[in-house]
Write a protein that binds this ligand. Structure first.
Ligand SMILES: NC(=O)C1=CN([C@@H]2O[C@H](COP(=O)(O)OP(=O)(O)OC[C@H]3O[C@@H](n4cnc5c(N)ncnc54)[C@H](O)[C@@H]3O)[C@@H](O)[C@H]2O)[C@@H](O)CC1
Ligand SMILES: [K+]
Length: 477
């Protein structure tokens, strides 16, 4: 796809399979496997002092990596045995590396796993194609410590979902690039320490697969620069629709938009104006009818939803669409569009949390990334599914996964703050998917700085420092 940096690429197991296939034109699969197994052995050596190891090997190439790791550890003098769930298919690459392990083979049984200090899980990786079954769960459960190769067996690399059973690992070593299942929950919680190791595959191979998914980091996007001639209109005007019921939500969004560099933030409050007049002196409150406010074409970006009741959204959202405004929809907009996602067509960005997403589009079930991508296509808008791992999907197919955040963001009002942050970046002229990605990262960084007991208002005070950090990081290679 477009020019997003390769270093942030995330590859689905199928895409990784294509990369392996392309790489194997230049490097034999057995060499890739050799590199993978050696990388695991070296990572294990750094992870723990020498101890008794059992390597659990499955029938495919993940098992192949396991046989190689076993040989390297044995060569280092560690006591190592292998237990094969199923022997690799004769003539396969895995069979060829398995033949080079000359140490002991023991039964694939819980007693064997319990006897050793460390189990290396090379049962299934990218090839996991169905729920795992006994004896795999009992054997993994009996282990004292586990190092997983590529992915803890049972975690779906594409979705992070558990296929039947998974045992949390203490260390997971994957190759070349992370997979979605490493970032998405619950998979992310099963990795322990996580390492991505080079196995000799060139980044140039990424050009041959259409990468569509990236880790959300500065450099995936770049923040607007404050030019010498900047003025409040060039920096961007953010307008918010507000109501009487929950003025706090609109104020939080307005303040964070101001703290994210918006030149001017105005609240279209109508009858609710008195509720806002005693607020921050730098906020402009408009009482005029929306139709009059929309005559001002400098007011391009509108936030619609925080603090609004569904019937209030009904009054304003269609008019904003008719006036061809750039709309960021949140909160009340999702109650208004419950079960009717087509109502949100015309918005540029939607920022639902899981409950709101389910209300509008249905629950994402077993494949959240696919569900968010489908939702973005359906409404032709960028959709941010907010959560511990936020998923940011564009209707053109690009998707970013954000883990740069903290669960301390699970506090009232932090979603309104995010809306303001993204609104300001939109108003500054960032392309919607990039604005959404940057907003989610800045919001996460502000929260990391604010600490575990943050309240939504605290985030504002850290947005400037979050911006500085993003600006530094976005030019790193
Ligand atoms: N293809 C390559 O060039 C390379 C692959 N690598 C490794 O190879 C792995 C992928 O290898 P494979 O594609 O062979 O896949 P796996 O080794 O993950 O598993 C595939 C095998 O497991 C079986 N299987 C899948 N789910 C099962 C279940 N629930 N119960 C029982 N059997 C099940 C399949 O029928 C197949 O025989 C990666 O995870 C990585 O560790 C590395 O060696 C680097 C090079
Ligand atoms: K594994």
């Amino acid at each position: 796809m477009s020019g997003q940096p390769d270093r942030f690429a995330i590859l689905s197991p199928d895409e990784m399979g294509s990369i392996d296939h392309i790489a194997s034109r230049f490097i034999p699969v057995t060499t890739l496997m050799e590199n993978a197994g050696r990388a695991v052995a070296h990572t294990v050596r750094r992870f723990t002092k020498p101890c008794r190891v059992l390597v659990l090997c499955g029938p495919g190439n993940n098992g192949g990596d396991g046989y190689v790791a076993a040989r390297y550890l044995a060569d280092m003098g560690w006591p190592v045995a292998v237990a094969a769930l199923v022997e690799p298919r004769p003539g396969s690459d895995a069979a060829s590396v398995a033949a080079r392990f000359h140490g002991p083979h023991v039964p694939f049984a819980p007693e064997e796993a319990a006897r050793v200090d460390l189990v290396i899980d090379a049962v299934f990786g990218a090839g996991l194609s169905r729920d795992i079954q006994e004896p795999v769960p009992s054997v993994l459960a009996a282990a004292k410590r586990v190092v997983a190769i590529d992915m803890p067996s049972g975690i779906d690399g594409a979705t992070g979902q558990i296929r039947g059973y998974a045992r949390p690992a203490d260390l997971t070593v994957t190759f070349f690039r992370a997979k979605p299942g490493h970032l998405l929950l619950p998979g992310r919680q099963y990795l322990g320490q996580f390492e991505v190791r080079d196995i000799g595959i060139s980044a140039a191979t990424l050009k041959d697969v259409a990468v569509t998914t990236w880790r959300n980091e500065p450099g995936l996007w770049k923040l607007p620069v404050l030019g010498l001639e900047a003025h409040k209109y060039s920096r961007g005007v953010v307008s918010l629709c507000a109501g009487e019921a929950m003025p706090g939500a609109a104020r939080l969004a307005a303040t964070s938009a101001r703290r994210t560099g918006a030149g001017l933030v105005r609240i279209a409050a109508g009858k609710a104006a008195p509720a806002f007049r005693l607020g921050e002196p730098g906020l402009i409150i408009d009482e005029e009818p929306l139709a009059d406010l929309l005559k001002d074409h400098r007011r391009r970006t509108w936030i619609c939803g925080p603090g609004l009741l569904p019937e209030e959204v009904e009054q304003v959202f269609p008019r904003l669409v008719a006036a061809d405004r750039q709309i960021l929809a949140d909160a009340g907009a999702f109650s208004w569009a419950a079960g009717a996602p087509e109502r949100l067509r015309g918005a540029a960005v939607l920022t639902p949390h899981a409950g709101e997403f389910a209300r509008v589009f249905g629950a994402p079930e077993a494949d959240p990334p696919a569900a968010v991508r489908a939702a973005a296509k359906k409404v032709n808008a960028v959709v941010v599914l907010k959560g511990a791992t936020s998923i940011i999907a564009s209707p053109d197919g690009r998707m970013a996964l954000n883990i740069h955040a903290t669960s301390a963001l699970g506090t009232a009002g932090s979603g309104d703050t995010l809306t303001g942050v993204i609104g300001a970046l939109l108003a500054a002229g960032m392309e919607p998917w990039e604005a959404a990605c940057a907003g989610v990262w800045l919001h996460g960084e502000a929260a990391l700085q604010a600490g575990d007991w943050l309240i939504a208002e605290d985030l504002d005070m850290h947005l400037g420092a979050a911006r500085d950090r993003a600006t530094r990081l976005q030019f790193e290679k």
